[in-house]
Design a protein. Structure first.
Length: 284
């Protein structure tokens, strides 16, 4: 990826920190939550889709509820370029008892193989800029996603996602929650073989680092919405951050691999149908 993460079919180079070879493990066939790691004997959690990315510091599993997660998604035209799109994730988490969901360790946003991204065509914001001066100090055009975090049992907070390049050189994003000061680091990763076989291409790997709060006392979000996509003018032309090679009306697969402090691993997934904006025709 020297000119950005290319549209599927032209993915000739990988991001810094390439993923490990495919594990060969099978993925769940349905769009529901995968079994918890500690579930009944014989259950197999879905494999890590991006094991070659940054590693989260080890924490032992803790007792807690099983999260029952669901996912919906939307792929819509960004209205700027023939193949430009915005990809929206909407994840809801609950427990059978109605109590607070277990906190997450990691989320991996999984994108259909027809989706490609162009981070190198957009300005980048560095973490120290946000830490020292706040997200408003990020360069214009570096905002490539936004959404809403829903706390348990109530309350919402704005979520902003900025294009970045991490100190080690990896391309990725910074997800910022201004109300809490949280800054989460994500890296672009190529998914492993089992996920490519299921129709995914690229992933954004988000690590939620350990905090001073003991894992069993952390409360997970009941819902979060996050839409990826942006548009800018550069070199006299309009560029989309996210693009698709799918034909209008095509169905795209979207997933969210999730790891929790209890050891549970879940893989809710869904499909979304893309329609080009009225009057637009995708380039051949």
């Amino acid at each position: 990826m020297r000119r950005g993460v290319c549209v599927a079919g032209a993915l000739a180079a990988l991001l810094a920190g390439a993923v490990a070879p495919a594990t060969g493990a099978a993925l769940p066939a349905g769009g529901a939550v995968a079994p918890a790691t500690g579930a009944a004997a014989g259950s197999v959690p879905p494999p890590d889709p991006a094991p070659g990315g940054p590693q989260r510091p080890y924490e032992p599993d803790v007792p807690g509820p099983e999260n029952l997660d669901s996912l919906t998604a939307r792929v819509s035209s960004d209205g700027a370029t023939p193949r430009g799109v915005r990809v929206a994730f909407d994840r809801v988490s609950r427990t059978e008892s109605g109590g607070p969901p277990a906190a997450a360790r990691r989320f991996v946003f999984l994108f259909d193989a027809s989706l490609g991204f162009r981070p190198d065509a957009f300005p980048r914001c560095a973490r120290p800029v946000i830490e020292e001066r706040g997200p408003a100090a990020c360069p214009e055009g570096s905002l490539v996603g936004r959404g809403t975090s829903h706390a348990y049992p109530a309350g919402t907070a704005e979520v902003l996602a900025f294009n970045t390049r991490h100190p080690g050189g990896a391309r990725g994003a910074l997800v910022v929650i201004p109300a809490t000061g949280a800054i989460l680091e994500l890296t672009w990763e190529r998914v492993t073989g089992p996920y490519r076989q299921q129709g995914y291409g690229w992933a954004l790997d988000e690590i939620l680092p350990p905090t001073a709060v003991p894992p069993g006392e952390r409360v997970g979000t009941s819902r979060f919405e996050l839409e990826w996509g942006a548009v800018r003018r550069t070199g006299g032309r309009t560029v989309s951050f996210a693009e698709t090679s799918a034909r209008p009306g095509g169905t795209l697969r979207i997933g969210l691999w999730s790891s929790f402090v209890t050891g549970q691993v879940a893989l809710p997934w869904t499909t979304a149908r893309w329609q080009a904006a009225s009057g637009e025709r995708p380039a051949a």
